[in-house]
Design a binder for this molecule. Sequence first.
Ligand SMILES: Cc1cc2nc3c(=O)[nH]c(=O)nc-3n(C[C@H](O)[C@H](O)[C@H](O)COP(=O)(O)OP(=O)(O)OC[C@H]3O[C@@H](n4cnc5c(N)ncnc54)[C@H](O)[C@@H]3O)c2cc1C
Length: 378
Amino acid sequence: MRKPKVVIIGAGPSGGACALALAMTGRSEVTILDKSRYPRVKVCGSGLSPHALTMLKRLGLLERLDGLSGRIREMRAVGPGGFEIVLRTGLEAWVVPRVELDNSIVQTAVAFGARFQEDTKALALLRDDADQVRGVKTEHGEIEADLVVCADGSPSRFSRDQTPKTTIRTLMGWWRGCAFKDDAAQMIWDARLAGYYAWVFPEPGGIHNIGLTIPESAADAGRLKELFQELLDRHFAAGIAGADQVGKWMGHPGVITTTVGRVAEARAIWVGESARLVCPGTVEGISFALESGVAAARHIDGYFGPHRGFTPLAVRGYQAATAARTLPKFWAGEGLVRAMVSPTVRALSHVVVDGPARPLLDRAIRQLLGDNDGRIGA
Ligand SMILES: Cc1cc2nc3c(=O)[nH]c(=O)nc-3n(C[C@H](O)[C@H](O)[C@H](O)COP(=O)(O)OP(=O)(O)OC[C@H]3O[C@@H](n4cnc5c(N)ncnc54)[C@H](O)[C@@H]3O)c2cc1C
């Protein structure tokens, strides 16, 4: 049987991981497209949770990224009522600027035989008379494919998912020379962020990135720049007083869900943020992007035939497996949002943080972020 021709739209972590996992087996002909020229900057806190590090380790990328990462060994968390704790759970997280992370993944895929076509914007999925995907229309012409992997981030131009969703708005910037600790992160659940938070993450090279996340429906979401300045003044003024801002403030919307909708059909499959795989509450998406890229590659390898495509059973199987992998974490994330806006939880926060319920908090953090496995952080 001939190798399936797979075209992947988007070279973020989901598309890159899918391309790499497919290229490693050598059983598909892989082309990955991106509208940008690489390496390219991406608006992102670039925090790699223990779950993300586990995925990168499985892809054999951890060593390559080791020297390019900032480390998070402790987290200062401030609740909406002002209650403050420093979390040292023994988990390690990294911060690898996306300009490095995404380029490393896609270049490794290229080294394994994937073809990378940069500067190529996909405009539409080409469909045949039976409404089955047969390729991609790009600004440079059409590309025929047996299967298209949509990894174009959020909001996906190619999504057919009609299930309810929530849009999260973000704004962030980068500063050099801050007075913050260089191995600590901060997350501040300011009440104006409606259950979401502002963060400080330490990148390598003496840079800190600072940003906010807020649901689009929140009262203050329409005045993001003013709100960001107010949060900087209120929570981070001392830390950035002598620092230089690097570049401009930038934002990008995130689309989140607590259900999994249409993420596959006979000749198309959705991964990462184009499948809405971002955790509510934490807005963590890189680990889900990597994981879904690898899972899609395995599904393609196991169940896709160039002549028949995915069978209806294989389509349903992918959807069910995606839901089983992600939804417990997404529900925990949604629980975090509700806790952060709940006056009762606020009143009881000292019991959770300092009292007998502390093991529950630590367990919830592990549920949300995953565990470092094996040698990571050793
Ligand atoms: C401000 C902010 C901070 C965040 N911080 C974190 C964090 O600290 N940790 C974390 O885990 N997650 C974080 N996230 C979420 C994380 O960025 C995403 O979940 C992750 O990038 C999803 O990866 P992806 O590969 O699915 O999509 P993306 O990373 O968005 O990649 C999509 C790619 O597709 C390309 N593309 C799009 N449309 C087309 C087209 N038509 N044709 C060709 N190419 C196209 C884009 O150029 C891009 O390279 C954050 C998100 C935001 C907005």
